[in-house]
Write a protein that binds this ligand. Structure first.
Ligand code: MN
Length: 220
């Protein structure tokens, strides 16, 4: 192998590693055995002899989520917890409902890229880059209408806002069986036990009483 080909092979290997989200599967399927006492990455496999069509099935994504909450949005997740057959397959789905002026607040999926399409209404959406060399965190944002599609890269803070007076509905596909969600405000201001207000006052460069007021909004 010439050094040129060797470098190319290395590059291909590096790319395939970087592109992988969930680990690749070693069999047709590995339906989650939720009762297993084995703790592993993902779920242990149900005996394939007992696997049924129902293990790959979910019903109800036609139903409107309840948006009567502080942010006016609701996420109906369809991941490995709802469909055991998604275990090891590296993919999942969510329906997001928005009341007028409803917000899916800034959040992160630690294990997945998200691709979202608007079914009804219009949304103002965006994501922010990680810290760049020039100290910048750049916002990429766009107004989406029915039928439009937008991508939120894995691990980046993103949001969706219904700035219209009608309800909005979107479907998101995610590149993990279990994407995870970190809602930034809740994680930072509503952890149990709370992060010290000394720490948050310094991090956010405001007085402690401002932090205390925000923390009070996220006490559960
Ligand atoms: Mn998301």
């Amino acid at each position: 192998m010439s050094s040129h080909h060797f470098l190319l092979a290395l590059l291909v290997l590096a790319c395939s590693q970087a592109l992988a989200s969930d680990p690749s599967q070693l069999q047709d399927f590995c339906v989650a055995e939720k009762m297993s006492q084995v703790f592993m990455n993902g779920f242990a496999c149900k005996d394939p002899k007992n696997v049924m069509a129902e293990d790959f099935f979910f019903s109800g994504l036609d139903k409107t989520g309840d948006t009567m909450n502080k942010v006016g949005s609701n996420v109906t997740a369809v991941n490995v917890n709802q469909i055991g057959g998604l275990n090891t397959l590296g993919i999942s789905l969510a329906r997001v409902d928005f009341a007028p002026y409803g917000l899916n607040p800034p959040h992160i999926h630690p294990r997945a890229t998200e691709i979202l399409t608007v079914l009804e209404g219009s949304l103002y959406v965006g994501f922010v880059t990680s810290n760049q060399a020039n100290q910048e965190n750049k916002l990429f944002s766009k107004v989406l209408s029915k039928g439009d599609v937008f991508v939120f890269p894995q691990g980046l803070i993103h949001f969706q806002y219904n700035y219209g007076t009608c309800n909005a509905v979107a479907i998101a596909a995610l590149s993990s069986q279990n994407p995870g969600v970190i809602t930034v405000a809740n994680a930072v201001f509503g952890s149990t036990p709370p992060i010290s207000d000394d720490i948050l006052a310094k991090a956010f460069q405001v007085d402690k009483n401002v932090i205390d007021r925000i923390q009070a909004q996220f006490q559960t």
